[in-house]
Ligand binder design. Structure first.
Ligand code: CP
Length: 343
């Protein structure tokens, strides 16, 4: 046995210093190195005892949440995290109705203005290219901006909370994990793609299951290649073939990105038809367990819809999706404390 050089009492301020990401934006999960990711999770572990009670790491600091698309989890959990850290929140959940965006103010100007009020901004926006161009142009004229989801391609804080949940449930060794990401539409699965990119950064193995013609966007494929991702892709499998794959490949976690086509939107019927082959059931998960001896953890970014998901999984050991919600609070506390910098 060897003594570890960093042995000593846990110190949250020293830990935040060690993570070293104060003042940074977060656009894609691979903006963070593997050391930075690990330190974010270590910080989250230190903050976990306080996720229901709180501590005053960010007293008098202000978070602004500006959401151009609907949200329950991402907005509320960042806001909960800020309140639990002793900070305050400015929130705009309908900017095209009730902010100056309704008077055609540019996103660039809105961010510059908000930066005079808040210490950090969490932004959700449908146009990833537009947001990334504005952030580049803003340079130092903005506070740190955390993506709460941009376009179809990135939702890094979802990926982080998914990674933190995986890290906690499987004991912290990403290189030993195999994760399957299954959806009929990988081209619009920003949650699953962010999780995959983070997993790849940490050396996990990824198995994609999708549909021909709706593949992982090029921007993500380039990033996966850049981090030497260990991934494989399967297309157009039936549900039975997917169950066999999970058992044969000894998959630890099945991730369902919750990408959907809403009632009334074009392509709904086609999507629901494809979704039939992604309808994982309690019985199917039991068959996988009989074949492989493994209890596969089922993760989902939520929301989920009737007809796309077997709600019976809720009462089984497979359920991780509501646990993800719990883990999202200490993870986002860690992210805010590390990016704003504790005082
Ligand atoms: N998972 C997720 O992004 O949920 P919301 O759309 O409710 O934020």
């Amino acid at each position: 046995m060897a003594l570890t050089p960093e042995f000593g009492p846990k110190d949250i301020y020293a830990q935040i210093e060690r993570t070293g990401i104060q003042g940074r934006h977060l656009n894609f999960i691979d903006d963070l190195s593997s050391d930075e990711l690990e330190n974010l999770f270590i910080t989250a572990g230190m903050l976990e005892p306080f996720w229901r009670s709180g501590l005053e790491l960010l007293r008098h600091r202000i978070l602004c949440t500006l959401f151009f698309q609907p949200s329950t989890r991402t907005r509320f959990s960042h806001e909960t995290a800020m309140y639990r850290l002793g900070g305050n929140v400015l929130t705009e959940s309908n900017p095209l109705i009730s902010s100056a965006a309704a008077k055609n103010e540019s996103l660039y100007d809105s961010i510059r203005v908000i930066s005079q009020y808040a210490d950090v901004l969490v932004l959700r926006h449908p146009d990833d290219e537009r947001v990334l161009a504005d952030i580049e142009q803003l340079g130092s004229d903005t506070v740190p901006i955390i993506s709460g989801g941009y376009g179809n391609v990135t939702h890094p804080t979802q990926g982080l909370l998914d990674m933190y949940t995986a890290w906690r449930v499987l004991g912290g060794d990403f290189s030993a994990m195999t994760v399957m990401i299954a959806t009929p539409d990988l081209s619009r699965a920003r949650s699953g793609q962010s999780f995959a990119l983070g997993l790849a950064r940490m050396g996990a193995r990824i198995v994609y299951s999708g549909t021909t013609g709706l593949r992982t966007p090029d921007v993500i494929r380039e990033k996966l290649d850049a981090v030497n991702a260990n991934y494989e892709e399967h297309n157009d499998l039936t549900i039975t073939q997917q169950e066999d794959l999970i058992a044969d490949e000894r998959i630890d976690l099945l991730y369902l990105p919750g990408c959907s086509v809403k009632k009334g939107d074009p392509g709904r019927d086609d999507f629901m038809k494809k979704m039939e082959e992604y309808y994982f059931t309690v019985d199917g998960l039991s068959r996988i367990r009989e074949k492989s001896g493994k209890i596969v953890g089922v993760m989902h970014s939520l929301p989920r819809n009737e007809g796309e998901f077997d709600f019976g999984i809720d009462a089984t050991q497979h359920e991780l999706y509501f646990k993800q919600i719990g883990f999202s609070v200490p993870l986002r506390m860690s992210l805010l404390a590390n990016i704003v910098g504790a005082s």
